[in-house]
Design a protein around this ligand. Structure first.
Ligand SMILES: Cc1cc2nc3c(=O)[nH]c(=O)nc-3n(C[C@H](O)[C@H](O)[C@H](O)COP(=O)(O)O)c2cc1C
Length: 177
């Protein structure tokens, strides 16, 4: 219950029923205003083949130990693949790689037939010619609502040159550094 004398902000205390979660569509639109880079996260599947999907939920977590995170939609049927892979590679995409970014975001595409890649030192697939790739060992997994959060320890960095791809309001664009 709100009391204007003891709670001049009118917001109530955390957990009171005066505030409610926003609708998913509202959060999606709001987050669209947060410009991100674009990555393709790759891992080795149970048959020893490469798999990857386009991801922009990537971020850094810690420098010591060196940790990064990304989140996977729980409706994705590759959950077990990532749980069993023991790690993953975050490939940071260049502005001129728009075709690859959409290829790895559309269902049922033959993604690796059209992509140069190699096995990294960590045993996970690494895409060639990207801006940078971070090979990670599995560190932890945390629940995150309708997503699951994978945290990886970075064990190898392959750095290159170029302009990064950027994602803003549902569109890809070049971001000149
Ligand atoms: C810019 C962009 C960012 C994305 N970020 C994520 C993400 O962070 N996590 C996720 O699970 N899916 C994300 N997706 C959606 C997946 O790339 C897409 O659903 C993909 O087809 C999943 O692979 P699958 O078809 O093999 O299941 C993103 C898509 C785009 C275009």
């Amino acid at each position: 219950m709100l009391n204007p004398k003891t709670d001049p902000s009118g917001l109530g205390s955390p957990g009171e029923s005066t505030v409610h979660p926003v609708e998913p569509i509202a959060l999606r639109a709001a987050m669209g205003a947060f410009l991100t880079g674009v990555t393709i996260v790759t891992a080795r599947n149970e048959r020893g083949e490469p798999y990857g999907l386009t991801v922009n939920s990537f971020n850094s977590v810690s420098l010591n130990p060196p940790l990064v995170l990304w989140s996977l939609d729980l409706s994705n049927d590759k959950l077990d693949l990532f749980r069993n892979a023991g790690g993953f590679t975050v490939n940071i995409m260049r502005a001129d790689q728009e075709e690859l970014i959409w290829l790895f975001a559309r269902a049922e595409t033959d993604r690796f037939a059209k992509t140069d890649w190699h096995w990294g030192v960590s045993g996970q697939p690494v895409l060639c010619n990207t801006l940078l790739s971070l090979e990670c060992r599995e560190w932890a997994e945390y629940p995150g609502g309708d997503h699951t959060i994978f945290v990886g320890e970075v064990v190898n960095i392959n750095a290159s040159e170029g302009a990064p791809a950027a994602f803003f309001k549902g569109q890809l664009s070049a971001h000149n550094p």
